[in-house]
Design a protein around this ligand. Structure first.
Ligand code: HEM
Length: 311
């Protein structure tokens, strides 16, 4: 879907958008809240805890697996392959992870054909088998995209947002005292530290002049979303986390026809997770110096390997 143009893109996108409308996401909120609570129940108060391993990774994985109908026992494999896909590893390792995910989805689809359920993936299978609006290859590819795009990104968003707030006790305190402000500050948190570094490779269809440079037709273009989000012309003092600024024009979800289909789901997860952490652990703080934190070695996404906190 990410690498298609209309009309193919329009057809594919139409098949999944209804699963991610704000109404559909609202129905998922109780589930997201329950999973968040169960994960936070395991946080020992008064001890160090890894925000990434304990919440930012498992929450989005569980939510997207539930939505797609991926059995709980398969989540660790899915998570591992997906991590390898995003790691800046050797091309053959990335290729192997991509094939593992595609093989897994092919097997899952076959199992669901024998024993259908009510998940998003079951709906896509019914579309494929019913009126043939989806080829088998598109079905597998779409399932893998949803699985991977549905959690890697949100994991990084949660970690980056938590770090930005933990480094700024006044802002953290404000949200703790006014938890209803959380939904309104998500855009600024997304702008401040973009969880996805670059958009998909795209090709110009005609010459484009940008900042005095002519990009010829047919050239590959890779847009740095994180850099656009720090453009001082668009966002004054871009290096400042300003929870009161209108950051709704950020590019963290992309722009145009490929704008993120899961944006409202990602925001719902972040809102629920941040509110729950702030209310349960009012004294939460970083467990070590921020400049010692390890970032993931990948050019595609920007996220923390771990985020030790003291609760
Ligand atoms: C904070 C979390 C997220 C961020 C930062 C994010 C970011 C993005 C970006 C930048 C794009 C556009 C890429 C491009 O134009 O090349 C995109 C597209 C997409 N995202 Fe997300 N995403 C997030 C969460 C999700 C979730 C939860 C899902 C759910 C399955 C999802 C599914 C997709 C899909 C399917 C596309 C392709 C849309 C298309 O090609 O029309 N994303 N996302």
């Amino acid at each position: 879907m990410l690498a298609t143009d209309p009309p193919q893109h329009t057809r594919l996108r139409k098949l999944v958008t209804k699963a991610f409308t704000s109404g559909a996401v609202a129905q998922l909120r109780p589930f997201i809240a329950r999973v968040t609570d169960e994960l936070l129940d395991q946080w020992p108060v008064g001890e160090r805890f890894d925000f990434v391993a304990g919440l930012a990774v498992p929450l989005p994985v569980i939510v997207i697996c539930e939505l797609l109908g991926v059995p709980a026992g398969d989540r660790p494999d899915v998570r591992r392959w997906s991590g390898e896909l995003f790691a800046a590893g050797r091309p053959d390792a990335i290729d192997a992870a991509s094939h593992s995910l595609a093989d897994y989805m092919t097997t899952l689809i076959a199992a669901k054909r024998l024993s259908p359920g009510s998940s998003l993936l079951d709906g896509l299978i019914a579309t494929r088998d019913g009126d043939d609006r989806l080829s088998e290859e598109e079905l597998v590819s779409l399932a893998v995209l949803l699985l991977v795009a549905g959690h890697e990104t949100t994991t990084n968003f949660l970690g980056n947002a938590a770090l930005a707030l933990l480094q700024r006790p006044a802002e953290l305190d404000r949200l703790r005292k006014n938890p209803d402000d959380v939904p309104a500050v998500l855009d600024e948190l997304l702008r401040f530290d973009s969880p996805v570094s670059t958009a998909t490779f795209r090709f110009t269809t005609k010459p484009v002049t940008l900042g005095g440079t002519v990009i010829p037709a047919g050239a590959p273009v890779l847009i740095a979303l994180g850099a656009a989000n720090r453009d001082p012309v668009r966002f004054p003092s871009p290096g400042l986390l300003d929870l009161d600024r209108d950051a709704s024009a950020h590019l963290s979800f992309g722009h145009g026809i490929h704008r993120c289909v899961g944006a409202s789901l990602a925001k719902a997860e972040a809102e629920i997770a941040l509110r729950a952490v702030l209310s349960r652990f009012p004294g939460i703080r970083l467990a070590g110096p921020a400049d010692r934190l390890e970032w993931r070695h990948t050019r595609l996404v920007r996220g923390l390997v771990s985020l030790p906190v003291q609760v």
